[in-house]
Design a protein. Structure first.
Length: 297
């Protein structure tokens, strides 16, 4: 089994190298990290792919994970490092629907945990459940949990008053993101589904409008590029100067004399071969009108 896991990881890295070779500008290892002054605190649920959800590239943002996107002492340690070393300005608490932390049964979990671990929590088994709750931090409502973590972070803004804290909620079934303004309304249990349907409808309409505007913008840019390409391909007709043969010969003679003078000064100048186009001067018939006035006798 371990060999299968090793093979899975190594072959996955081979595919990653193939993507690097195809798109070196996307997978740049020379850029500063992170590209945006942004940090996400989200759940360890593997369905939460921050890069895919928001279309980020590797190295664009910081991502911290734990079970239930809970603000803990260790999370604070990482946040402080990110702020003071990497100049993070925005923190996003990204919760999600259908979180496993809402489904934890502490009594059943207690039966599966080893005694050595339980003894580390407490020596008094009468308060074991409360200690388990304090340690694992389960919750019943994902939205309420995001709001709670926002409040916990707000309490610690004394350490970093310049940082903005944002709450968001991800729907693992549809792929939609909800902002604080959106999901506060979802706390109303009696109208929960109706509000959710309304929010989805609004988001779909906004998304359709965004995609249409983006498509028209791309089309206009493509047309502008096409027109520019056409303009560059159009070459102006060279202007043909009307010169007689005598003038051409004089100019060529003067140029040759000037080149000889320059060569006599010690500079080695290679004169380019000048190809003089054959100029056809049409024969002009000049009509001189007769003087019809008679001479005086």
């Amino acid at each position: 089994m371990l060999e299968d896991i090793d093979k899975l990881l190594i072959e996955g890295n081979f595919q990653f190298q193939s993507k690097i070779n195809k798109n070196p500008e996307v997978y740049s290892f020379d850029q500063r990290i992170p590209k945006y002054p942004l940090l996400f605190l989200t759940c360890m649920d593997p369905r939460i792919d921050v890069h895919q959800i928001f279309q980020f590239n590797p190295g664009d943002v910081f991502i911290l994970r734990n079970a239930g996107n809970i603000y803990t002492t260790d999370i604070m340690r990482s946040i402080l490092i990110a702020i003071y070393k990497y100049n993070i300005k925005y923190i996003v608490i990204l919760g999600h629907l259908d979180c496993g932390m809402t489904k934890i049964d502490l009594k059943r979990l207690r039966e599966r945990l080893p005694n050595q671990f339980l003894k580390r929590l407490t020596i008094n088994y009468s308060d074991l459940l409360s200690k388990l709750y304090e340690f694992f931090k389960p919750f019943e409502n994902e939205i309420s949990n995001v709001i709670m973590q926002l409040n916990n972070l707000q309490e610690t803004k004394a350490f970093f008053p310049e940082v903005e804290i944002i709450g968001m909620l991800y729907d693992t079934q549809t792929g939609w993101i909800f902002t604080q303004e959106d999901f506060r309304d979802l706390l109303i249990k009696e109208n929960h589904y109706k509000i959710y349907e309304r929010l989805l409808m609004e988001k779909k309409q906004r998304c359709s409008k965004f995609l249409e505007e983006r498509k028209s913008y791309q089309v206009s840019n493509e047309r502008a590029d096409e027109n520019l390409y056409i303009d560059l391909k159009i070459q102006k007709e060279p202007e043909i100067l009307e010169m007689d043969e005598e003038s051409i010969n004089i100019n060529i003679t003067n140029d040759l004399q000037n080149s000889n003078n320059l060569n006599s000064s010690g500079f080695q100048i290679k004169m380019p071969k000048i190809r003089i186009p054959k100029i056809i001067i049409p024969q002009l018939k000049i009509h001189i009108p007769r003087n019809t006035k008679k001479k005086d006798d």
